[in-house]
Design a protein. Structure first.
Length: 306
């Protein structure tokens, strides 16, 4: 059975005078995905999101949401989307509850008191529902923004930098909410973030943009496995280990050493092969630690495009 496409973007471009902010972008997001939307500052991420939400018009290209053209069925598809775009804004002199009540009416959604309290509880603000928003910390306002996005129970949730300015505990809470929405509620999450370690934990698929163009797209696991991994090997006899390495094909993979540690750049399938080589050559291995991160992959991809 073919997966259901929730977002389909074809040849999308946006020109601002002399600057092409988005340049021929194509991507697909499927139901249940947590889709990481990555790129350096100025890559075109926020511009793309604003076009997806019909806040600005594309210069060229098509956007389909839930299998329907955004241009032809704007009101229908937008009703099934919740979004946080940059910093959520609220009426500071009103309570959290009253803000959500007003925002529900503005979006033509008949939101009950029960539903408002449900989303406030979901984001951990139920005990502060009577508090004025001006008394909220930045992290609490971010959580209230997520509550607003979830108010009408949308199938697609678009989050533009949802953890900006949060402390580690706040980031952990947002991360857990995203995982819950995807796995337990089968929501589709479109997540734009510059905090790559967070995306690596929650995303199933991702795309990297640079200068408005798609550089790479795929599952997080496949993309990370396609790159060299930094591997630290701790050995009992560093002199003997270096001698054996320098006499073998592994010399090309060896980068440096320090104390009793040797550092290599390897593909995933080469790690066990190197370990076998060392053991067969009677080099005692006390630790072998692969280090692979989305941040390293992101930098290796974007540096090539400069």
């Amino acid at each position: 059975m073919e997966e259901e496409k929730i977002i389909e973007i074809k040849n999308l471009s946006k020109q601002f005078k002399e600057v092409k902010a988005v340049d021929g972008l194509n991507l697909s997001v499927y139901r249940g995905d947590v889709f990481g939307f990555l790129g350096p500052n100025g890559a075109g991420k926020s511009t793309t999101i604003r076009m997806m939400l019909s806040l600005i018009k594309p210069t060229e290209g098509e956007i389909s949401l839930f299998g329907k053209s955004l241009t032809k069925h704007r009101n229908i598809v937008l009703r099934n989307i919740g979004a946080i775009v940059e910093k959520p804004d609220f009426y500071g002199y009103l309570t959290a509850f009253k803000n959500l009540e007003i925002l529900g009416k503005l979006s033509y959604t008949d939101v009950s008191r029960k539903r408002i309290m449900e989303v406030l509880e979901f984001v951990g603000l139920e005990k502060r529902y009577k508090s004025k928003v001006k008394t909220f910390s930045h992290g609490m306002k971010q959580r209230l923004g997520l509550a607003q996005a979830l108010l009408h129970d949308p199938d697609l949730i678009i989050l533009d930098e949802p953890t900006t300015g949060l402390d580690p505990q706040g980031m952990k809470e947002i991360r857990e909410l995203i995982i819950y929405l995807s796995r337990e509620k089968n929501k589709t999450i479109f997540l734009s973030s510059h905090i790559l370690s967070e995306v690596e934990i929650v995303a199933s698929r991702m795309i990297i943009l640079n200068k408005g163009k798609k550089i790479v797209e795929g599952t997080v696991t496949e993309l990370l496995n396609s790159q060299d991994i930094q591997v630290t090997v701790e050995v009992e006899n560093i002199e003997k280990a270096e001698q054996k390495i320098n006499e073998s094909k592994w010399k090309e993979k060896f980068t440096t050493s320090a104390n009793k540690k040797m550092f290599f750049k390897l593909l995933q399938e080469e790690i066990s092969e190197l370990n076998k080589f060392l053991v067969e050559n009677e080099v005692g291995v006390s630790a072998l630690v692969p280090t692979r991160s989305l941040e390293g992959y992101f930098l290796s991809i974007t540096e090539k495009e400069k």
